[in-house]
Design a protein around this ligand. Sequence first.
Ligand code: AMP
Ligand code: GLY
Length: 428
Amino acid sequence: MNILLLGSGGREHALAWKLAQSPLCQTLWAAPGNPGIAEVASCIDLDVTDHAAVLAFCEANVIGLIVIGPEAPLVDGLGDSLRAEGFPVFGPNREPAQLEGSKGFTKDLCERAGIPTAGYERVSTEADAMAALAKFGAPVVIKADGLAAGKGVTVAMTMAEAEEAVREIFSGRFGEAGAEAVIEEFMEGEEASFFALTDGSTIVPFATAQDHKRVGDGDTGPNTGGMGAYSPAPVLTPALEAEVIERIIAPTVRTLENEGMPYSGVLFLGVMLTAEGPKLIEYNCRFGDPECQVMMMRLESDLVELLHACAENRLAAIQPPRFSKETALTVVMAADGYPGTPAKGGAIGGIDKAEALGAKVFHAGTALKDGVLVANGGRVLSVTGRGGSVAEAQAAAYAAVDVIDYPTGFCRRDIGWREVAREKAKDA
Ligand code: AMP
Ligand code: GLY
């Protein structure tokens, strides 16, 4: 079958790498792709906001499966347009993609379905937001309702910070995304990510992961899209996983199905492991980046078979995904300046050397300029290693990082620290 993959980040390189390994995959197209993806796929330019153009490409190239990597085209309804013409799509339609596209939509759904999450209030004026802040008190969490490229959430430890965040949202900084906001109770606990595939009715647990959102070692500094991740996340024990499925995922999928907007694709949950049990922090309607890289590194099953079955509502009929028992850990190499303005154009070398050590280097923001690989974005590479423990996977990833020659980039040196410390404590 011919497959079209949309996106250009480390997540999409990992997906492309795995899709291309499948005997079911004939021609793999990627739009726009990146130089790493170009090693396994034919990269093309397609404007994903032009649904007619995407449809025309799919018809002309007899595409049998479209895999939509990032959230924006999903929230924009590209899935609906393609499904309407009979194409199997991996990724939800516009309405259920509101799970990521609107914080208020998700909180209201949690309330209707009795899903454990932080208490909240939806507000659409600055005055109502300030009144809600007074009710909750600090610490408190303020979220712009819509997609804000990961920048719409403030965890405020003081009322002054909280009020500043509210003013920022209603001053129009996030445009349409900030026309509404959610004020939320602060939850205390450790965060973890859980991924499940669903075709609208069948739920197939996929994998667990943890990422590191802050830019600096020791989880300090500003938030980023993610500076590294590992999978599995032992903190999500099988018992907790079962609880997450029963109390969060199953009621979500059932409610959306009953309300006529079945969710088809991957559900990516951020959960807070609180003293009262796991609670939903947020949903994303796509794979995580860089969580996808570590999950693909462990996946032993045929990704095309899984995603195609999901797209055709056949998940109940296929074998559940199998994963290596090993841990995979990825370290993001970012351009100097990230998450502010990243340095563009810095030369990158040594990827072959890193891969000769057994690591896999996924490209995120890279470009080829006059035959030289250069940085072309904030997060540039995702260097992924494997091992029998988190400590071993960490050592493998950093050994690979250390042979990469990218002088205008940086990375965190402590990805996986929480779990490495727990492993050490267990061994002691
Ligand atoms: P979100 O985009 O909703 O995942 O929020 C981004 C980050 O803010 C999360 O990964 C958490 O670290 C933090 N966060 C969000 N909501 C809460 C909450 N209610 N309590 C504590 N931390 C939160
Ligand atoms: N790494 C977090 C995300 O993809 O949203």
